[in-house]
Design a protein around this ligand. Structure first.
Ligand SMILES: Cc1cc2nc3c(=O)[nH]c(=O)nc-3n(C[C@H](O)[C@H](O)[C@H](O)COP(=O)(O)OP(=O)(O)OC[C@H]3O[C@@H](n4cnc5c(N)ncnc54)[C@H](O)[C@@H]3O)c2cc1C
Length: 438
């Protein structure tokens, strides 16, 4: 199929849907004189809601345009990755496939299956570390020795007070070479065919629906991530108040809202860090600008955590081996999902989640605590519901936070939220509850 002797490489995208600050792409380009094609394999059956899937498709649209602008292409396939990817790589005469997944348990298994299937065609799978704020290789401890408690992790990586001490500069976009026309045409045809599927068209439509009660509409894709950074950092200076607004429930700007773009890798945490540092130099450095970096460290912590703990990140007894509240009451769980438990603050939040795929951190903590500690329901049910619904679903932060709130994870204080007291404190005039319950 190839027109010249120079080989091609494939970059197998997962949660790294960008071309900038991308060590795996740079390595692939270096191995093949810049002749790289991108590939994404969507599963036939997804755990994502149509809205979350639609958000992913929006992100892929921009990624596809970015690959085209480099003289190459993005191939979007559907099916079993260990079948589709090796077959494609063999068709294209590829020698190396590069990838940089978030290394949670399923992704590790997927890597093994794909590696084996590629080997049958004498093709090598090269697995790189994902881009976290702090590179795994720069941690002052081995991942297996990840501190059990976040504050010990933070102290170890901050080195005297600055979260940015170990953060590398983002990499510039690497130079790619135009791929043969036949390969690009094959990529475009396969992608068009995949994206025409009926359920994917329905998912696109779901992502475009906007509930008028919501203060913010997410659109997938790197340009929207960069626009959000411009707005929240530079146009409004909202970042400079973040420490005082971050527990908000209503409004567009109480927090950065970067999580869905970070979760799919449309923007990297190092790119956000670079912008924080620029803001601190050009406008103001205060406790709020520090706090955004602090929250990105939480994200890192849970990415390393899911890698450290393997299948125990998803086990009922959690990483501490504690006996969880494990009631399996399907009716009560269903009422929690639909927002009809009778507990107004919980119901308002669960309706917001179902209607928008979004939820503030404060509301997430409350609904998770109520489900696991008050209702005593199996925490994994809640985590799975969030996985389906959240636009920003990210395996480590989701399952790690759920364990933390359910008391089987890494919270040394083992707190239980008093949901009514929380509602009085964070929704004193009831505006949030009125918005979602009426
Ligand atoms: C039960 C539960 C489940 C959660 N599931 C997810 C998830 O699937 N994906 C996800 O990105 N976050 C998850 N979080 C963390 C947090 O609620 C969201 O990251 C945050 O609400 C996103 O909004 P933001 O981008 O405006 O965050 P900001 O407050 O602006 O924070 C900036 C960034 O820091 C990171 N961050 C902030 N808080 C946390 C945290 N507690 N843990 C890890 N990273 C954090 C996110 O990347 C976020 O975009 C969960 C929290 C709870 C309590």
């Amino acid at each position: 199929m190839q027109e010249t002797a120079a080989p091609l490489a494939l970059l197998w995208h997962r949660t790294d849907l960008r071309l900038s600050d991308h060590p795996a792409l740079c390595a692939a380009a270096q191995a093949c004189s810049g002749r790289v094609l991108g590939v994404v394999v969507l599963p036939e059956l997804t755990r994502a809601s149509p809205r979350r899937l639609g958000y992913l498709l929006q992100t892929l649209d921009e990624l596809r345009a970015a690959w085209r602008s480099q003289g190459s292409a993005l191939i979007v396939l559907r099916g079993k990755v260990h079948e589709r990817l090796p077959a494609l790589a063999a068709d294209l005469g590829v020698r190396e496939v590069h990838t940089a997944p978030c290394p949670a348990f399923d992704e590790q298994l997927e890597n093994s299956a794909v590696r084996q299937a590629l080997a049958a065609h004498s093709i090598t799978l090269v697995v790189h570390d994902e881009v976290t704020l702090i590179a795994a290789a720069d941690l002052p401890f081995a991942i297996d020795a990840l501190p059990e408690v976040f504050s010990n992790f933070r102290r170890a990586v901050e080195r005297g007070g600055a979260w940015g001490a170990l953060v590398r500069e983002p990499l510039a976009e690497c130079a790619l070479t135009t791929v043969p026309e036949s390969s690009a045409a094959l990529a475009e045809a396969q992608t068009d065919a995949t994206l025409a599927a009926e359920d994917l068209c329905a998912a696109r439509a779901a992502a475009q629906c906007h509930d008028p009660r919501s203060s913010f509409q997410y659109v997938g894709g790197r340009s929207h991530a960069l626009a959000r950074i411009r707005h929240w950092f530079w146009d409004t200076d909202a970042i400079a108040q973040y420490k005082h607004t971050r527990d908000g429930l209503i409004g567009a700007d109480f927090s950065s809202r970067l999580s869905p773009w970070l979760a799919l890798g449309a923007v990297s945490p190092r790119e956000v860090a670079k912008e924080i540092h620029r803001y601190e130099r050009e406008r103001i450095a205060n406790e709020s600008t520090y706090w955004l970096g602090f929250e990105l460290l939480w994200r890192d912590y849970f990415h390393f955590w899911v890698r450290r703990w393997g299948s125990r990140a998803f086990a009922a007894r959690g990483v501490r081996g504690r006996t969880p509240c494990g009631r399996q009451d399907a009716d009560l769980f269903d009422r929690w999902c639909r927002g009809t438990t009778g507990e107004p603050f919980v119901d308002a939040a669960m309706r917001e989640l179902a209607a928008t795929g979004q939820l503030s951190n404060r509301a997430r903590q409350n609904v998770a605590s109520w489900l696991t500690r008050t209702a005593g329901i199996d925490w994994r049910w809640g985590a799975a519901w969030f996985e389906q619904q959240l636009l920003d679903f990210d395996v480590g932060p989701n399952w790690g936070n759920w364990q933390y709130v359910a008391g089987v994870g890494n919270d040394p204080r083992n707190r239980v939220f008093n949901v009514q007291a929380q509602a009085e404190r964070y929704d004193p005039n009831g505006a949030y509850q009125a918005r979602w319950l009426e």
